[in-house]
Design a protein around this ligand. Structure first.
Ligand SMILES: [Fe+2]
Length: 279
């Protein structure tokens, strides 16, 4: 099976959330995630920090409008486009103005809009605390269908699987570059986003984030802890719409290794303590 997304070196470049109150949400990302909000008109906002960007538009709470993955180069994007065409994946005409005009937009197995493209160069923004946007995780009724689409059709590569005693998938972590996962998917009783994550890199930077959250009266909702799959340190907070935000560090870098399977139990989700089991 050709690992097209992996060969394209795709990485999560930006996401767009819907919100009933885009101004309030963009103010939160501006202050709490150090991503300066800019109104784009028509109740749309762009929040930009160093290596992290989020778009927010008027709509439903907790709804992902789209997720946008940038490819390493034009050759990688063209490979993905060819694969998408061969697999007969539904293509739409949606565009993001953070990507060059040759981007492609598809609809995944759960109806999410997913873009692949080439990033426009971002005007210089600096943020005090390091935290590039790094991964997006979905909630789904059927993780096997997620794998069939992201691995079987787009060519993401499985890093780890979490498996229920009966053999069904509880979670699957897939990568499109050397980072342990750029996308993951949790079995749930709903379809949507589970969380999105910023990779702080080092433990001390998580400390800086937590001090920053504390100074703004933002409480951690989970962590600190260490995930089994990915071996990353983490804390979680919630935005005013209830979207879960992860700050991660030490996420595993994979050169080459076999897929690892984990049991669906608390310790898999948090080696250090309490877990939030989704199913
Ligand atoms: Fe995560």
């Amino acid at each position: 099976m050709t690992q097209t997304a992996l060969m394209a070196g795709a990485y999560l470049h930006h996401i767009c959330f819907e919100s009933p109150n885009p101004e309030r949400l963009s103010t939160f990302y501006g202050k709490i995630l150090e991503m300066k909000p800019k109104p784009l008109g028509d109740s749309r906002w762009l929040c930009s920090g160093e290596k992290r960007q989020i778009l927010i538009k008027k709509g439903k709470k907790n709804k992902l409008a789209f997720a946008a993955f940038a490819c390493r180069d034009k050759e990688g994007l063209n490979m993905l486009k060819k694969r998408i065409n061969q697999e007969g994946i539904k293509v739409t005409s949606l565009k993001s103005n953070l990507f060059k005009s040759d981007s492609i937009s598809i609809i995944d197995q759960d109806g999410h809009n997913i873009f692949f493209g080439l990033a426009k160069s971002q005007s210089k923004v600096s943020s005090k605390i390091n935290g590039p946007l790094q991964h997006l995780t979905f909630a789904t009724l059927d993780v096997e269908k997620f794998v069939n689409f992201y691995v079987g059709k787009l060519g993401f590569c499985i890093s780890d699987r979490v498996i229920h005693p009966g053999g069904k998938l509880a979670t699957c972590f897939v990568r499109s570059n050397h980072q342990h996962h750029t996308v993951a998917c949790f079995k749930s009783d709903r379809v949507g986003v589970d969380h999105h994550s910023y990779e702080a890199g080092e433990w001390n930077t998580i400390r800086d984030w937590c001090d920053h959250f504390a100074s703004n009266n933002i409480e951690l909702m989970w962590g600190p802890g260490r995930h089994g799959p990915g071996n990353n340190l983490f804390v979680f907070i919630e935005d005013p719409d209830g979207n879960w935000i992860e700050i991660s560090a030490e996420l595993e870098i994979i050169q080459d290794r076999l897929i690892k399977d984990w049991p669906q139990e608390e310790k898999t989700l948090n080696l250090w303590g309490k877990a939030i089991l989704r199913s």
